[in-house]
Design a protein around this ligand. Sequence first.
Ligand code: RET
Length: 292
Amino acid sequence: MSQIETITALQASQANQPSQAELFRHVLNDPLLGSSIWVNIALAGLSLLFFAYLGRGVDDPRGKLIVVSVMMVSAVSVASYTGLASGLTISVLQMPEGHAMAGATTDLATGGTVDGTISLWGRYLTWAFSTPFILLALGLIAGSNLTKIFTAIVFDIGIMITGLAAALTTSSYLMRWVWYGISCTFFLVVVYILLFEWPEDAKAAGTADIFSTLKVLTVVLWFGYTIWWGLGNEGLAVIQSVGLTSWGYSAFDIVAKYGFSFLVIRYVVNNVDAVGGGISYGSTQDAAPADD
Ligand code: RET
């Protein structure tokens, strides 16, 4: 290819990419995709206010740490969905040869057609910031030690970042699934801790009942996310619709984030004795303050 041809090809491929403003308007004008995002901004915001209200009476620092931790899940969610709604964390990606969406085009709700399929990659990025708070809360409820909590959280961040890599790789179909495989391997470490380590800790801490409920909810839903990626427009594309793929994640989010957080906060409020650490918990001084 001559230099002129290369530049022309580059300009053509760039010209065919939607701007952030077009993506913003596309989300706004596509009822299925738009609702999967905007409904969750509202839910995340409302749940944050509701959780602050529910947890207002928890004074024990350890109990409060658990409440703040799950509230952060909703807080990150507001930012995550705002990134998607604004078009900042969305791209139109041209899938590599071998992928079911290779050669696909996207009709923008604002008019015009672009090459590629829409990836809501901001989800995977922001899960790296939200899911550690879920695991922190679970680890604290189980009364686990710092080593296990740290291990669960770092592998969890690994799941999301390599999941992001799977979504964004357009060089080779195989490499997308290699990333997916790495991500699933990290996921198994987290599942192992949830199923085999923390239940024992929770038994010793006297929180086995609530932990068992939260564990089942978490493991089932987290497998749901994993399978959904494989079926959605970025994986095998059994579900080709971007809006439907997005609604799947949004529906999982409603239970895995807001439903989960509600159960946690309700438990902490009613069982401060079981999860509390006393007034001097986490103090950096020998003398404990009367109150914070
Ligand atoms: C991906 C694809 C790559 C393989 C695996 C995945 C797992 C994702 C999970 C997401 C959980 C998200 C939650 C969000 C709530 O804020 C990245 C889909 C294993 C488990 C709970």
